[in-house]
Design a binder for this molecule. Structure first.
Ligand code: ARG
Length: 460
């Protein structure tokens, strides 16, 4: 067996069980690109500071290039006995170029190295997720544009509430995704500080230049405190919190679309390309992708909870527990990217059924609030208006009819303030035209929102 990189003070090798239990190479090899990036910056800084020769730096850089090539072509052999990605690459570099490789870990610990790699990885992940969110926003916006003028029932408590434009609802999702994106951007700003050079926890007496490596890796600045630099994982907690909130937004979208695709609603028809069948019931066509969007949100939340609990009891500075931070993050990022991609694909592959939706609109007295507002305009205090409209609805319920079916005589028995012009306010088509407040479902307000997003998302 090969001696460990840290083997100097040891007389015995670790047992197989311990080796298997403590390794992280099986998952942290995903960090290889960022590990090599960090090593390149570190080696260049060491040479610039005269801590290694230019010749050593050149062979380190050449060796790292060769290792990167081997990893990408699949030739590289990842070894469990070399524990993690950092030691696999360093040991392979030593195999490849010999003595100069042994200088690479000067003024560096795996503790600052792993935090650096992970920040770089998360930074790229954030950029990927942001691109996916924008793609989904565009898909939702195009769906809105396609369905101009379509009125749908708006719900509260999943009970029919007031008429809304479908565009208004779709734009609500776009707003939520915009805040999701903003949270990721905020997180990116805060995580973009460089731990490299913090070493194990206390920094070093060697004349390194932390600003140089920070710049080379595109960080804003080195982290100010070396203990903080190796100890905290708040940047992943933030990323996973942001992902969790996005996942919950997507889950609600999934719930809505699953419901709308049901026979009972029948508001949307997903195309075959985004539906799946049943192994026993030949007629079934299920909206599985959106069910899974709803379902996978559980994993994303679970990943966040795992990390919160992981960090809870840790004393400063680095603790090996932190090795457990990788898999939840990889899982969260992979899952949220899939959820966003599939939601966009679903949005591109559903059609709304205007006839079906129209048929349902007369039910549920969606115009009752408009009747109350009508009375307010006639000078009736709102509480009284509410009561009059409520009693009008009660009359409809007993007669099984719509508000607009009540005669003026009937309505005037409830309130003499109701006049002939009330019929210009009743019925869903009339009622929706009455909305006018900023941000409301009034057609001009919705058109303004739509224009805002068309410009912002740059679509034509
Ligand atoms: N594989 C470790 C991790 O992911 C790297 C740091 C290990 N440091 C140590 N002193 N054992 O956290």
């Amino acid at each position: 067996k090969e001696t460990k990189l840290w083997g100097g003070r040891f007389e015995e090798n670790v047992t197989d069980a311990v080796e298997k239990f403590t390794e992280s190479i099986s998952f942290d090899k995903a960090l290889y690109k960022h590990d090599i990036m960090g090593s390149r910056a570190h080696a260049s800084m060491l040479a610039h500071q005269g801590l290694i020769s230019d010749g050593d730096k050149d062979s380190i850089l050449q060796g790292l290039g060769e290792i990167e090539r081997q990893i990408e072509s699949g030739e590289f052999v990842w070894r469990t006995d070399r524990e993690d990605v950092h030691m696999n690459i360093e040991a392979a570099l030593t195999d490849l170029i010999g003595e100069p490789a042994k200088k690479l870990h000067t003024a560096r610990s795996r503790n600052d190295q792993v935090s650096t790699d992970f920040r770089l990885w998360c930074r790229d992940a954030i950029d990927t997720i942001i691109a996916c969110i924008k793609h989904l926003q565009v898909a939702m916006l195009k769906l809105a544009i396609k369905n101009e003028g379509l009125i749908v029932p708006g719900y509260t408590h999943l009970q029919r509430a007031q008429p809304i434009l479908l565009q208004h609802l779709l734009l609500a999702y776009i707003e939520q995704f915009e805040r999701d994106l903003g949270r990721l951007q905020d997180c990116r700003v805060r995580l973009n500080f460089c731990p490299l050079g913090a070493c194990a926890l206390a920094g070093t007496g060697l004349p390194i230049d932390r600003f140089m490596t920070s710049d080379a890796l595109g960080f804003t600045a080195p982290l100010r405190n070396s203990i903080d630099a190796v100890s905290d994982r708040d940047f992943v907690l933030e990323l996973l919190s942001a992902n969790s909130i996005t996942a919950i937004h997507l889950s609600r979208l999934g719930e809505e679309w699953v419901l709308w695709a049901s026979e009972e609603f029948g508001f949307i028809t997903p195309s075959d390309s985004v539906s799946t069948g049943s192994s026993i019931m030949p007629q079934k066509k299920n909206p599985d992708p959106m069910e899974l969007v709803r379902g996978k949100s559980a994993r994303v939340v679970g990943d966040l909870v795992s990390l919160l609990v992981l960090c809870k009891g840790l004393p400063h500075a680095y603790n090996r527990d932190l090795q457990e931070d990788k898999e939840p993050v990889f899982d969260s990022v992979k899952t949220i990217v899939g959820m966003l991609e599939v939601s966009a694909e679903f949005a591109q592959n559903i059609t709304f059924n205007p006839e079906r939706i129209q048929k349902t609109l007369p039910a549920g007295h969606l115009d009752a609030t408009t009747l109350a507002d009508y009375l307010v305009k006639k000078g009736v205090p709102f509480r009284t208006s509410h009561d009059i409209a409520g009693r009008s609805v009660a009359m409809c319920v007993s007669r099984n009819c719509r508000l607009e079916d009540l005669s003026l005589d009937d309505l005037q028995t409830i309130s003499p303030s109701i006049e002939m012009d009330v019929y210009g306010f009743l019925g869903v088509e009339n009622a929706i035209k009455k909305f006018s407040s900023y941000g409301s479902t009034g057609s001009e307000r919705v058109a303004a929102q739509l224009d805002y997003w068309i410009t912002k998302l740059g679509i034509n």
